[in-house]
Design a protein around this ligand. Structure first.
Ligand code: 9WO
Length: 268
């Protein structure tokens, strides 16, 4: 897969992708990252890439032409068609489903803004989709682009080892992770749940699934609503909730989500 990054700081994104499994994917040729700096395509002695916003107000707006020339250069560098993604808080939220879709493409161009953003006409003319990684404002799109590169790269064939892929697969069902433990079995901070020491793999799998379901119910009931739960899952979740009551833990009731009601689905 080839990813081109249009940015005033392209090395920033490259550095973010230089470590761990994604860094190794680069070394192994599974991912190639290319940076394009609009400064290199700017005109004049000052090589301006920004100007004051029409209509006045604070800050600066990125100029169309240096960005457009960068985009043209990136497109022309490889004959395969590329999807152009602009990272901004106005975009559609990045989800694992969206990551999966992006990972299915052979080429992406990630457009990173700075200052107060880029000229809207360039977005209209050249951008295929605008993506947000969350409801907060950064200093620029680069961190968001690095997030996209990381999340996408690890879904490409061969990037993760067998063990990591198996873990990945088990989360493709839209639930939160179960808790993890390692040695020592007995520690000042507590002991490891006994079921994990039982050697009974069916019991262990059921316990982990129950923890995933229970934690998703407690922390992210919105996700539970989307997940397709089997009959066995519902039993495990009921057992999790019964376990809480038996342990007399304060009814750590989930934020009873209004969305459950408004989406016309049966609340759990
Ligand atoms: C900065 C600013 C300063 C004063 C008044 C209004 C302002 N808006 C912005 C702004 O939104 N700047 C953005 C910086 C322009 C586009 C690139 N930047 C960016 C991208 N910040 N945060 C993101 C981002 C991208 C994806 N997901 C979450 C945040």
């Amino acid at each position: 897969m080839r990813i081109d990054v249009i940015s005033l700081f392209p090395e920033f994104v490259a550095q973010c992708a230089a470590f761990g499994v994604v860094g190794r994917a680069g070394e192994r040729g599974l991912l190639s990252l290319h940076g394009w700096n609009p400064r290199d395509y700017a005109e004049g002695n000052y090589r301006r890439v920004d100007d004051r916003p029409c209509g006045g107000g604070p800050g600066m707006v990125m100029l169309i032409d240096p960005l457009r020339a960068s985009l043209q250069a990136a497109h022309a560098a490889d004959p395969a068609p590329a999807r152009v993604v602009y990272l901004s808080p106005q975009g559609v939220p990045l989800t694992q489903a969206k990551v999966r879709e992006l990972a299915g493409r052979e080429r992406l161009i990630l457009l990173c803004g700075r200052y107060e953003g880029i000229d809207e006409r360039l977005i209209q003319a050249e951008v295929d989709e605008e993506i947000s990684i969350g409801d907060y404002v950064l200093s620029g799109g680069e961190l968001a682009a690095a997030v996209v590169v990381d999340a996408v790269a690890r879904l490409r064939e061969g990037v993760l080892g067998d063990a990591e892929s198996a873990v990945q697969d088990s989360f493709e069902d839209g639930l939160l992770d179960c808790p993890h433990y390692s040695r020592p079995i007995e520690h000042e901070l507590g002991s490891v749940p006994e079921v994990l020491l039982s050697g009974n793999h069916a019991h262990i799998a059921a316990w982990r699934r129950m923890q995933s379901l229970g934690r998703t119910w407690q922390r992210r009931p919105d996700l539970l609503n989307e997940a397709a739960l089997s009959k066995a899952d519902r039993k495990l979740l009921a057992a999790f909730r019964a376990g809480l009551e038996a342990a007399d833990e304060p009814a750590d009731a989930p934020r009873e989500p209004q969305v459950l009601a408004t989406q016309g689905k049966k609340p759990l």
